[in-house]
Design a protein around this ligand. Structure first.
Ligand code: PAF
Length: 293
């Protein structure tokens, strides 16, 4: 049995290496029509010399024996990427949604309710130098838990435990907390084209405070009560730990790719609209970023 990974970007490649190094067979699940192949993938770790692993590539519409599927596509690509796989994947194979932002997780469960859905968050920094070479740029926190409602007592699938994930039975709260980090770091770094660590400068403090207070307001109404100062501290801790990192949204902007703005700031604004809350700073950021795409 292999662990299937949908999404061969920086984090998909990073997880492929982490799993291979723990003795799992990994298959990168490519678009329908992709010919079977085995490529040598290179990892530049946080310290020490580069390491190489041979990794299989197979089309996602080809039935194959998979123990678990990790979904590391961009948020906006997640549902389309899942479709060919869900035509044949047995319903009891855990599918772990690991993209940034919120929205697609709930949409996947609604659209394919019979499958075994998990979600998770990982805050590692990673940079894809090419489709077969990734650099690990920051150690993050990795968490996953069942998405089914109410939460089951299911144990963490073995590949996740081996890749350093912690079990979290309140994963929606973890997703929200990760979203609060992405809401503060990603749009600002992408707008100003700066590394995460630049947000520690005093020049950003007022804007970050205002953004944090707006997130806290929406969070409270959604049953995620937290003070704005906690939200800000969490984002600054991540910015510090990944100071040299270019956020995933900045990498997308620089490469001319679509960003996850809609699943991050867009998600917050949609919730605020439903709740009748203003969120002017996030709306302005959304407009600034959306017009740059
Ligand atoms: O999207 C990203 O870049 C990452 O989630 C994070 C944690 C902000 C680190 O760069």
């Amino acid at each position: 049995m292999s662990v299937g990974i949908l999404g061969a970007g920086a984090l998909g490649q990073l997880m492929a290496h982490a799993l291979q190094e723990q003795g799992h067979n990994v298959t990168l699940l490519r678009r329908p029509g992709h010919a079977d192949a085995r490529h040598s993938h290179r990892l530049t770790p946080l310290s020490g010399p580069d390491r190489c692993h041979p990794i299989s590539h197979r089309a996602s519409d080809q039935p194959q024996a998979l123990s678990t599927v990790l979904v590391l596509t961009k948020a906006q690509d997640c549902l389309t990427a899942l479709e060919p796989l869900l035509n044949w994947l047995p319903a009891d194979v855990p599918i772990v949604l690991l993209h940034n932002g919120m929205g697609p997780q709930q949409a996947a469960v609604e659209r394919w309710p019979g499958h075994t859905w998990w979600a998770g968050s990982l805050t590692d920094g990673a940079l894809a130098h090419s489709s077969t070479h990734v650099r690990h740029t920051g150690q993050g926190i990795r968490k996953a838990g069942p998405l089914s409602d109410p939460p089951t007592d299911a144990a963490l699938p073995a590949p996740l435990a081996d890749a350093g994930f912690e079990f979290d039975n309140a994963i929606v709260t973890a997703l929200w907390q990760k979203l609060t980090v992405n809401l503060l770091i990603n749009p600002l770094t992408a707008r100003d084209r700066v590394c995460n660590g630049s947000l520690l400068n005093e020049a950003y403090r007022d804007e970050l405070r205002a953004l944090s207070e707006e997130v806290a307001l929406v969070g409270r109404a959604l049953g995620q009560p937290e003070r704005g100062s906690h939200i800000l501290d969490r984002a600054l801790t991540v910015a510090q730990a990944t100071a040299q990192n270019r956020s995933s949204m900045l990498q997308d902007v620089e490469a001319g790719r679509p960003t996850e703005l809609d699943a991050i700031t867009g998600y917050l604004i949609r919730q605020a609209d439903e709740l009748g809350l203003p969120c002017p700073h996030h709306r302005r950021l959304y407009r600034q970023l959306a017009s740059a795409q």
